[in-house]
Design a protein around this ligand. Structure first.
Ligand code: UDX
Ligand code: UDX
Length: 502
């Protein structure tokens, strides 16, 4: 092992290389990582570090969390997260080089490298309320590292954070750390999407590592790059300055969400003109400059990241006195809210302008298929609107726990809301049960089992009130086929106008 100390200090990479420093440029003498600690056993920390353990048999990985129940679940046969392929990865390495624990101090002390993967929710009060990220958990994890660490550590931001958070972490570590313990901070944002997390981690488009452009910073980046090099081709590990790396994560999510809001805005035009959003999306996506992905119109994007990260970008822009930039990004979130309102309005007007006492079968509660995660799910907002219209709602989702649905739908702070909620809402164990006696089916999540090739729509139709409506908020159904059964099918981004010309 080469010694970092023997390097000349302050060597800067030439500006041309800094656009994305080639891996060679960080190929400076550096330490090998043999023990990793991950603080935060959530949707990001859990799968990411489980895959690192799986792909790096020489590295011992300990994932710690303050939440004992979560750690117990990670150590059980019933993992706290549903993610295709995760069970196999965890079972292959748990107890060998992957450990889950609440003993945060020991894991920090023993580690060479620490991932900070705690949650960074939108602030609920104070300055930046509703927009800025609450960095309280990142700060407390950082303070904890400073207090406990007895030797040098590479500290890696995995949580999505506002630009320049690494600076604050460095100040905390440097002013509270033990003498002799050196901390190098890296940004290594996670780009995995839920439902495909294991696939994304096994074959990422890129791994991004941000570091200070100092000898120590580059050496720390090289140590982390070596971990990924166990399975990711080196040219896909890109390194750059810390602030670019932090901002790239927010930028990627903002650009992805912006595509969905753009296609959803166009879906409104389609409904009013007779154009079909799937056809428009296909046509524009064939332009290689645009590309086909993330152009599926929907009832609105959800998930823990898109809204939070855009609001974060709005807040950042405002703090930098860039009101036009802030307004531009704010509109992406506003469009998403408008899509949910528009869809609800369409349901109300189709059902003869009233939902009072009508039964709506809501199929899907997760924010997308193949996950049990419900954070910011469009279904939550829609059901709140349906409740205001006095509808009766029956919900079915193949993976979301019943307790989670009650938690998401009850208004916090309203004492009797759960009782009122249970009078209006039922949770069923199948789509057939949900549709029994319903006036309409509302598809909120694109689960494969809701497709007309999987679900018996004739059977559903037979048990529903007539006319029986389907509102396809995910464009997964064959409209013509279902209309032959007798359904009135209404899809996002598609109107019946075209038929009137036939
Ligand atoms: C992640 C990222 O960290 C977040 O910034 C990103 O925007 C979305 O994905 P996620 O893994 O989804 O968050 O969050 P969550 O599933 O809530 O997991 C965070 C875990 O950290 C929780 O299990 C929580 O108990 C734990 N935690 C939190 C700690 O162990 N210590 C703390 O001080 C705070
Ligand atoms: C996202 C980013 O994709 C990922 O890189 C980042 O690390 C975390 O945030 P995630 O939120 O897990 O991942 O899922 P994603 O597949 O991006 O979907 C987000 C939302 O957009 C879902 O509600 C999904 O249904 C919706 N969506 C996606 C559309 O409505 N249309 C599309 O074409 C694609």
């Amino acid at each position: 092992m080469n010694s970092v100390e023997s390097l000349p200090s302050g060597a800067m990479t030439p500006a041309s290389e800094r656009l994305s420093r080639p891996l060679d440029s960080i190929d400076v003498p550096h330490k090998k990582v043999s023990k990793i600690c991950c603080i935060g056993a959530g949707y990001v920390g859990g799968p990411t570090c489980a895959v690192i353990a799986y792909k790096c048999p020489d590295v011992v990985v300990t994932i710690v969390d303050l939440n004992q129940a979560r750690i117990d679940a990670w150590n059980s046969d019933n993992l706290p997260i549903y993610e295709p392929g995760l069970d196999e990865v965890v079972k292959a390495v748990r107890g060998k080089n992957l450990f889950f624990s609440t003993d945060v101090d020991t894991a920090i002390k023993e580690a060479d490298l620490i991932f900070v993967s705690v949650n960074t929710p939108t602030k609920k009060s104070g300055v930046g309320k509703g927009f800025a990220a609450d960095l309280g958990y990142v700060e407390s994890a950082t303070r904890h590292i400073a207090k406990v660490a007895e030797s040098d550590k590479i500290v890696v931001e995995k949580s999505t954070v506002p630009c320049r958070t690494a600076q604050s972490m460095r100040k905390i570590l440097e002013s509270n750390g033990k003498p002799g313990a050196r901390f190098d901070i890296l940004s290594n944002p996670e780009f995995l999407a839920e439902g495909t997390a294991i696939r994304d981690l096994f074959a990422p488009d890129r791994v991004l590592i941000g570091s200070l452009d100092t000898v120590y910073g580059r050496a720390a980046a090289a140590s982390l790059a070596d971990v990924y090099a166990n399975w990711v081709p080196r040219k896909q590990v890109i390194t750059m300055n810390l602030w670019s790396s932090e901002l790239s994560k927010l930028a990627a999510n903002a650009l992805l969400a912006q595509r969905i809001s753009s296609i959803n805005a166009l879906s409104a035009i389609c409904e009013a003109t007779g154009a079909d959003i799937d056809e428009v999306s296909y046509a524009v996506g064939l332009d290689s400059r645009i590309g086909p992905k993330f152009l599926k119109a929907s009832v609105g994007f959800g998930g823990s990241c898109f809204q939070k990260d855009i609001l974060n970008l709005v807040y950042l822009s405002e703090s930098l006195h860039l009101p036009d930039v802030a307004e531009y990004w704010r509109q992406v979130v506003e469009m998403n809210e408008s899509q949910k309102r528009r869809f609800t309005q369409h349901i109300i007007s189709s059902l003869f302008n009233t939902l009072t006492g009508k039964r709506l079968a809501v199929l899907g509660f997760a924010f997308k298929k193949d996950t049990g995660d419900t954070r910011e799910s469009a279904a939550i907002t829609l059901i709140k609107y349906f409740r205001q219209e006095q509808a009766k709602i029956a919900i079915y989702d193949p993976k979301v726990e019943e307790s989670q649905i009650w938690y998401d739908l009850a208004e916090p702070g309203v004492v009797d809301d759960l009782t009122a909620l249970k009078k209006q809402v039922t949770i069923t164990s199948s789509a057939y049960e949900a549709a029994q006696g319903a006036d309409a089916i509302v598809i909120c999540t694109e689960w494969d089992e809701f497709r007309d090739t999987k679900l018996d729509y004739e059977k559903l139709y037979a048990t529903m009130n007539k006319p029986a409506f389907i509102f396809d908020g995910r464009l997964i159904l064959n409209q013509k086929k279902l209309e032959k059964i007798g359904f009135k099918v209404e899809c996002i981004g598609r109107s019946r106008l075209e038929e009137s010309f036939e």
